[in-house]
Structures are given as structure tokens and as C-alpha cells.
Design a protein around this ligand. Structure first.
Ligand SMILES: NC(=O)C1=CN([C@@H]2O[C@H](COP(=O)(O)OP(=O)(O)OC[C@H]3O[C@@H](n4cnc5c(N)ncnc54)[C@H](O)[C@@H]3O)[C@@H](O)[C@H]2O)C=CC1
Ligand SMILES: N[C@@H](CC=O)C(=O)O
Ligand code: NA
Length: 435
């Protein structure tokens, strides 16, 4: 059978890895796909750099992705440039031209996925995005195909390699934040704009896609509650450890009777939990289905070769399914497009979690009773608390609170800020008791 011809948009970390995997495992991939997967053209910013990587191959190099998207000899366009503007323009053009698309671009799909998937369905082409969530872990395939018998209850995961790498190195080696971030950038884990990693935006992009796949809802990144790790203090990492917890940036999406939680934030998880022991740039995703129970997917969530592994797996899927009737392909978001439901996404105040609060207080009689009174009046019960010895007339008090609505906790914190003996902003972190 004739080879399937690919146009690569971008030849950076992931694009370069994709080229390497396709060369290295060409025979094995052809045995699986039923034909060879051949890179016919690439679009890049730096032509000379691309030429060095591609060696003496006869791949056409251009700086214009539209040229690749419009090339009648290309069957699949692989978008690996990132961002939402040019990437969207080139992807939409490829779809208009009737080409299948493979992308690792979670920002693009989390913000414009509904439009892109609609356009692809109308044209009868596939948009595959395994690399966009948790890099090399086949989490999309697992949810979209492996767990289709289940009503999925919740997903909780470490889905950003950069921040997990930063938190792990800060906790285990005491390295400063900026040193570890620079190393994550050198290793190719970080986004072009690393604030996407640090502020939880990248994880929220991925979680948005997971929620759509799990619950059959439209892609709604703008409704996610997002908090990153930039404000996390070393003191809280130490207190958490003393209480038997580790802090991880988690993405959590949960189906409740009144709607769906969609949230990313630093989270205390008990040290014995599986996710608490996922270190470095590794990702891990827990998916709970009503029939299967909890399932766990673990692997490299970022970096050249692991991400390329997912891109190439999608290419093989397209090669296998290309000739199938579009009606018989797996739907983009796991549910048939006419069965997607607009279930409400819950706002921040409606989130339910346990909480860690840290208050810096002055040494005065009645401090504890005042704080306890506010919590009791807000209908929030205290699980445990400890207080550090006073130094220079001040100390930190740490509370672990039982499950409560976030709105109640925020209201209590507002009241605490008005207490004359509270000396700094109250630190609030969520606590989740996972498997
Ligand atoms: N690096 C990683 O570990 C992972 C990255 N991703 C996603 O993969 C995509 C690519 O990321 P990286 O490979 O890390 O980025 P990168 O910055 O290493 O590579 C980007 C490539 O796109 C090309 N490019 C960018 N703008 C262009 C333009 N206007 N015209 C022509 N070429 C252009 C650049 O020349 C470069 O070859 C992003 O969407 C990213 O979020 C997804 C999973 C993991
Ligand atoms: N910047 C991302 C790359 C993979 O998606 C991460 O660190 O996880
Ligand atoms: Na993946």
C-alpha cells in the first residue's frame, strides 16, 4: 500500500522527537499501521536548524504552514508549533482541505476545541490529540475507548510535568524555584511561556479536555478554577510534611448531582497515596469509573521522545482508520456529538474539599477561641490543628478542616482577616484524600 504522507508544522522539542521516532522505529510502525508513514514537508521558523535535523532526507522545508496545509500530496497535518493564533489558522485550513490533523496543542483545543471538532466532523476528518494530555501516557485512548462501559465519577491527576518537577526538586533537594524552572526549560518540559505551567493554566487546558472526554460535555476552559504554585511557600511544604502530606499541583474534575467540578490547584495529599509519590516530570492520572473502580495511568508527561510517542501513535491510528466510514470512527470527545450535554460547571464557591489553613497570629489570649468561633459559625468543623512556638510575639497556627464548601471557607477567611491579632494573609490550600 502507498505510504501515508505527513506535513509537520513545527520541528522543535515535540516535532523533532516525532521525526526521530518515525525514523528510528519506521519498520515496526509500518508493520502496525499497514504502510509507511512518511514525512513529506515541514514548516518551521528556522530553516537551517531544520535542515541540520533532517540531514540528507528529501523532506521539503518551508516557513509557511499554509503551504503545507494546502499541499494536495499531504494526508495528515501534524501541528506542533503551539499557541492559539497561527496554529488555529493552519489547523482550520488543513481541515478545510480535507486533511486529518494530529496535534499536541492543549491550549488550542481547550480554547477552540468545540469549533475545531465541529469543523472536522463536518469534513469527515479526524483530529487526534493524545500528546496534548499527559504526554506519552495513552490517557485519551484509555478514557475514550478503554473505559466506555463506565459512568466516570471523577479524575484526579498530576498533569503538568514542569510543576511536578519543580515541587519534587524543591521538596527533596531544597533547590530554589527559579533554578529548577530553568532546568525544566532546558529539558524541554516547559511551555514557551512558562507562566502557563506555573500558574496552572497548562494543567487546566488538559483537565478541560479530560472532563469533556469523561462526562460528554463541551470543552469549557473559561469555566475552570485555576490556581498555580507561584504563591506556594516553603513553610507550607514543611508543615504539610509534618502533618503527613505532600503538596502536588492536581487537576481534579468530579461529577456531582448539581454539576461538574473543574479545578486545578496545589493540593495536600496523604504521603501514602499513589499520587503523592509521583516525582520529577512524571505524570499520573487516576480515573474512577462506576464499574471498574479506580484506575491509574503513570508515565512521562513531557519531553521530546515521550510526547513524540503519543503523536506517532495518533498517526498510526489515522493510517489505520483513514478509509473507515467517518460514522464508524471513535468520536473526538468520546461521546457522539449529538449526545454531548451542557451540564453546568460549578463555580469556585461551590467546590467541596477539605482545607489547610495557616494563620500568622500575635500572642494574645483568646486567639484560638476567636478563630474556632468563626469556623463554627460558618458550619466548618476542625479536623486537627497545631501551633508553632511563639517567636518575637508571633506564631503560625495550622488548621486542617473537614470537608466544606469553598464559599463557606472563603467567607470565614474574610472574617479572620478582620481579627486584630491576625498578622498576615491566611493561607488556604485544599486537601484531598485519594487512593
Ligand atoms: N515540550 C513538551 O514536553 C510538550 C509540548 N506539548 C505541546 O507541543 C507543542 C510544541 O511544543 P514544543 O515542541 O515544546 O515547542 P518548541 O518551541 O520546541 O517548538 C515549536 C516549533 O514550532 C515552530 N514554529 C513556531 N511558530 C512558528 C511559525 N509562526 N511559523 C513556523 N514555525 C513556527 C518553531 O520553529 C519550532 O520548530 C505545543 O503546543 C506544546 O504545548 C505537548 C506535550 C508535551
Ligand atoms: N509544559 C508541559 C508539557 C507537556 O504537556 C508540562 O510541563 O507538562
Ligand atoms: Na497522552
Amino acid at each position: 500500500m502507498a505510504s501515508i504522507r505527513v506535513g509537520l508544522l513545527g520541528l522543535g522539542v515535540v516535532g523533532g522527537g516525532t521525526w526521530k521516532v518515525l525514523q528510528k522505529n519506521a519498520e515496526e510502525i509500518a508493520r502496525r499501521a499497514g504502510r509507511r508513514i512518511e514525512v513529506a514537508a515541514v514548516a518551521v521558523r528556522d530553516v537551517e536548524k531544520a535542515r541540520r535535523l533532517l540531514g540528507d532526507s528529501d523532506v521539503r522545508i518551508t516557513t509557511d504552514g499554509l503551504e503545507v496545509a494546502r499541499d494536495p500530496n499531504i494526508d495528515i497535518v501534524v501541528e506542533l508549533i503551539g499557541g492559539e493564533t497561527i496554529a488555529k489558522e493552519w489547523v482550520m485550513e488543513a481541515i478545510r482541505q480535507g486533511k486529518h490533523v494530529v496535534t499536541a496543542n492543549k491550549a488550542l483545543l481547550a480554547c477552540h476545541g468545540n469549533e475545531i471538532f465541529d469543523a472536522a466532523s463536518s469534513k469527515g476528518v479526524m483530529v487526534m490529540f493524545e500528546a496534548a494530555v499527559a504526554g506519552g501516557i495513552p490517557i485519551i485512548k484509555a478514557i475514550r475507548e478503554g473505559l466506555t462501559a463506565n459512568r466516570i465519577d471523577w479524575i484526579a491527576g498530576i498533569i503538568n510535568g514542569t510543576t511536578n518537577f519543580i515541587l519534587s526538586e524543591m521538596q527533596s533537594r531544597g533547590l530554589p524555584f527559579n533554578t529548577v524552572l530553568a532546568e525544566a526549560q532546558r529539558l524541554g518540559y516547559a511551555e514557551a511561556d512558562p507562566t502557563f505551567d506555573i500558574e496552572g493554566v497548562d494543567a487546566a487546558h488538559k483537565l478541560t479536555l479530560l472532563a469533556s472526554l469523561a462526562f460528554g460535555i463541551p470543552v469549557q476552559f473559561d469555566k475552570a478554577c485555576v490556581e498555580g504554585i507561584s504563591k506556594l511557600e516553603a513553610e507550607d511544604i514543611q508543615h504539610a510534611a509534618r502533618l503527613g502530606y505532600r503538596i502536588k499541583l492536581l487537576g481534579i474534575t468530579r461529577r456531582r448531582d448539581d454539576g461538574i467540578e473543574l479545578r486545578v490547584h496545589p493540593t495536600l495529599i496523604p504521603m501514602g497515596c499513589l499520587l503523592a509519590n509521583v516525582d520529577g516530570a512524571m505524570n499520573a492520572v487516576l480515573v474512577h469509573g462506576d464499574a471498574v473502580g479506580p484506575t491509574l495511568y503513570y508515565g512521562q508527561g513531557a519531553g521530546e521522545m515521550p510526547t513524540a510517542s503519543a503523536v506517532v501513535a495518533d498517526l498510526v491510528d489515522v493510517a489505520r482508520l483513514e478509509s473507515a466510514d467517518p460514522e464508524h470512527r471513535v468520536p473526538h470527545l468520546a461521546f457522539q456529538p449529538d449526545a454531548v450535554k451542557d451540564i453546568p460547571i460549578l463555580g469556585a464557591d461551590d467546590i467541596e474539599s477539605s482545607y489547610y489553613l495557616r494563620l500568622r497570629v500575635e500572642d494574645r489570649p483568646g486567639v484560638l477561641s476567636e478563630i474556632s468561633r468563626i469556623l463554627a459559625e460558618s458550619d466548618i468543623s476542625i479536623g486537627s490543628m497545631f501551633q508553632e512556638p511563639f517567636q518575637a510575639g508571633e506564631a503560625s497556627i495550622i488548621f486542617l478542616l473537614h470537608r466544606a464548601r469553598e464559599g463557606a471557607v472563603s467567607g470565614a477567611i474574610t472574617r479572620m482577616h478582620k481579627l486584630p491579632f491576625v498578622r498576615s494573609e491566611v493561607t488556604r490550600l485544599r486537601v484531598e484524600d485519594l487512593i
